[in-house]
Design a protein around this ligand. Sequence first.
Ligand code: GDP
Ligand code: MG
Length: 598
Amino acid sequence: VPASRIRNFSIVAHIDHGKSTLADQLLRVTQTVSERDMKAQYLDNMDLERERGITIKLQAARMNYNAKDGNTYVLNLIDTPGHVDFSYEVSRSLVACEGALLVVDASQGVEAQTLANIYLALEQDLEIVPVLNKIDLPGAEPDRVKAEVEEAIGLDCSDAVLASAKMGIGIDEILEKIVAIVPPPADNTDRPLRALIFDSYYDAYRGVIVYFRVVDGKVRKGDRVRLMASKKEYDIDELGVLSPTQVPVDELHAGEVGYFAASIKSVEDARVGDTIALASNIPDEPLPGYAEAKPMVFCGLFPTDSEDFENLREALDKLKLNDAALSFEPETSSAMGFGFRCGFLGLLHMEIVQERLEREYDLDLIITAPSVVYRVTLVGGEVIEVDNPSQLPAPQKREQVEEPYIRVDVIAPETYVGAVMELCQSRRGDFKDMRYFTPTRTTIIYELPLAEVVTDFFDQLKSRTRGYASMEYQFIGYRVNELVRLDVMVNGDPVDSLATIVHRDKAYGVGKILVEKLKELIPRQQFKIPVQAAIGSRIIASQQIPALRKDVLAKCYGGDISRKKKLLQKQAKGKKRMKAIGTVDVPQEAFMAVLRLD
Ligand code: GDP
Ligand code: MG
């Protein structure tokens, strides 16, 4: 196919605005997938994605479209993950395109992910095709939403497509617009090969499957290629296109999108953003923008049953094959025994990994509260990174502690501005800006310590705005603050996995509420258990868990068997996720108590 007949595009949208439904329609109308094979939401193939309504992994699909001008075009849809935790992957998949469909729900309007993703697309100079979706809904207000997009993004919407992905309205118009507005890729077939990796996944039989866009030159089956960042070389066993199932081809040239397999052992060796070159003709420069994703959030994972340690290691090794951004190393906790300290790109990434470990590998885990990465300058000038609160050096050994800050963009109806600001203010936020897109919808911008957002910030935002606010965030750098380590003692023993780093001004309040929470969460034993919070050697708060008085079942009167049964079942369930610390059983919830202090 000549480059002039190729269009590479992606779809950017806020969650639930209809990206997957629209992608399905494009595949259906271009007959890429037969009606028979079409199951709803073809592109969302992971259970986890469907349940959570998020798109984690991007995929690509190649469609042949017979346009009204009489020509047949190859349209490559490159799907993006859509969530900020994966913003680097989003940016790489957008670089592989010349244009993007901007899908906005005409009954909702611009949301935080709409903005975050469209900014990424504009940074790459993509041509944007605005689409107002869900016009079939009685509450659709396409004119209001057009004005909102124009105001928020500065994008002309007079020609926006009015569509209903669900009812199949406007799909042909979208396909025509892609051909007309999205530029064809540059025809650089004569140059030495440079291709961009925008996704990869591990396949047990063929090794890593690499998804890429050829930018310059061409690549053939059997070629020996070099990955310029990893400096490793491989022979291409299989080369093909995604239509959307993998179909082998012999050659792909500049502008085309495809996949290859080359017996690569782990996605770490073929990272998103790396440049593919021919080993026999290495170009002077790789494609720009390669970066290694750096974990931002850490937590400890401990098997409830210490015999499961090796199983946990195996499970993490397997997940890692498919997830270059996941990091982990063994951690020994004096209270918890052997486990792993794991690093994640963000909160969603962390939740996904935890859930997969429990679901797919059937492991019972105790997960400690997430921590950010602190930068500590020691006396003498050495700078170290601390991702585990229990390892923050004592005050006399350190000069200063810096913590990561993020910029948070919240979009909310005007009536909730007060609630949003109150929340941000209580989390040590610095107010930056507020703008009205329309008289009733606003964007509120704060700079906040990441540590204050990895707690229950998002849940709080949702509940305080009745679900009407959306947010996105981006890392902006490190700042010095007065931070202290708050230690927790249970029955006189320090529990390293309950330690947390807090701002000095908040330490007393946090300590007081934390011990109260722990008192509620830790089940009573035959003896009294003191629970204390301390800064250094100073106890700042304490509570006492009273001893168990009688058999719990004694509470049930008479012969109410079903109630007894229920109580026993409840206890059995609660037992599962406990860790014995000394002589005290501490439940999973206790390790998360520090996250829910309001
Ligand atoms: P995504 O999160 O952007 O991929 O959104 P989905 O494609 O999963 O759609 C979210 C929800 O909106 C689903 O329940 C869809 O059935 C529904 N939906 C998508 N497009 C339309 C539309 O044009 N009209 C209506 N009424 N519902 C739609
Ligand atoms: Mg989707």
